[in-house]
Design a binder for this molecule. Sequence first.
Ligand code: SF4
Ligand code: SF4
Length: 426
Amino acid sequence: MSDKNIDPLKRVEDQLKKCVKCGACRTNCPAFAAFQREPAVARGKVALAQHILTDDIDLDDQTYLAMSKCLLCGSCVEKCPNDVPTDEIVIAARESLAQKRGLTTFHAAVGQVIKNRGRMKMGAKMASLLGPLFFKKVPETSGLRLRFPVPFIGAKRYIPEIAKNSFIDQHPEVIPGEPGKPRIAFFVGCMTNFVYTDVGEAALALFRHLGCTIIIPKGQQCCGLPGMSGGDIETVRSLAESNLAEFEKYDVDYVMTACATCGGALHRLYPLVVGKRNPELRERLESLAKKTVDASQLLQLLGLDPAQTGDGEELRVTYHDPCHLRTRGIVKQPRELLRATPGVELIEMEGADKCCGLGGTFNVYHYDSSMDINAGKSEAIIATGAEVVATGCPGCMMQLSDGLKQHGSNVEVLHTVQLLARGIKQ
Ligand code: SF4
Ligand code: SF4
């Protein structure tokens, strides 16, 4: 039997057996806090996955819904005394459900959008042009709210504006640096490319300041994480293969991303999820993973001195850990860079390492619960008295902005690289 025909849960069967039902995973599970039901916590997910594997449960909407109540934040994995990889188990269970009963209409539509960069680009262009018909501006921000509710997007949701021109279209593919300095390929990610283009500009300015050659492969695509949320591993595989081919064209020292989610995909989930199912890609995916670094990691490694790139403005700043940086151990680097930035006073918030509630498509599928999870985060940010909350993920930026606006707060949400690059003329 080809590897691809095996029930995805078979691949994690031994891991399922490691769960001793101790319940330690309840402590920091945002889904358990929001739903207060056993199936929402890791222990419940593991039990449910066992039943899906042994085929002794109805694969009905209730089963699907229970498995959708996970943000893949990895908190349970960090707390588990037996190293049960619940996030990997949930991904396998969602793929198994998708194989046995098909993708949901929503996730099938997501797959169609993310696997076609041209379609995504056209959609972003249309959204930018037709935005005023559907959205009204939120005063004093660069964000929008819908004029009327549409499926999956509530009227109270704060939505950032789509950029008029994508980041990738605004730059040449190769930006030469100084001889002998590192060559970096930039994995831009959809949110930076179409929405937060200023994040891309700030990252670019910092690495140019360090003399690096920067390559922005024009054919790069979505990392595929939204497909992983719905069990659409075939779409993730096709995107991983296409991104591999695109990034292998160049001889580079690093593949850098300023998006925690994209970095999590390239560094951890491609080898773990795609590599395990597609042995022919495994070695190449592992080699891409080894080169993948977060912008904050690489800036520190290359010796950025924020005293030369910051603008010196006095600012009280707090920092939110994106799950896809925290689970890769990238927590010190952004804080150390921020502390070294003249004028920046870094104030730690309560629960900086807690998930913001986004969780990929969880935020679309379970919007109210996602915002319940976010409420604690917004309150913690406001309690610090900070003027700015910095983070390392454009997805978290959108979620934090939404929560803060709904709390009536004007705390500005910025990416770490935006604060570091404020003194560089861009
Ligand atoms: S902490 Fe680990 S072993 Fe304990 S119930 Fe949760 S998943 Fe199972
Ligand atoms: S990955 Fe996060 S949301 Fe999912 S079960 Fe674990 S702690 Fe809960």
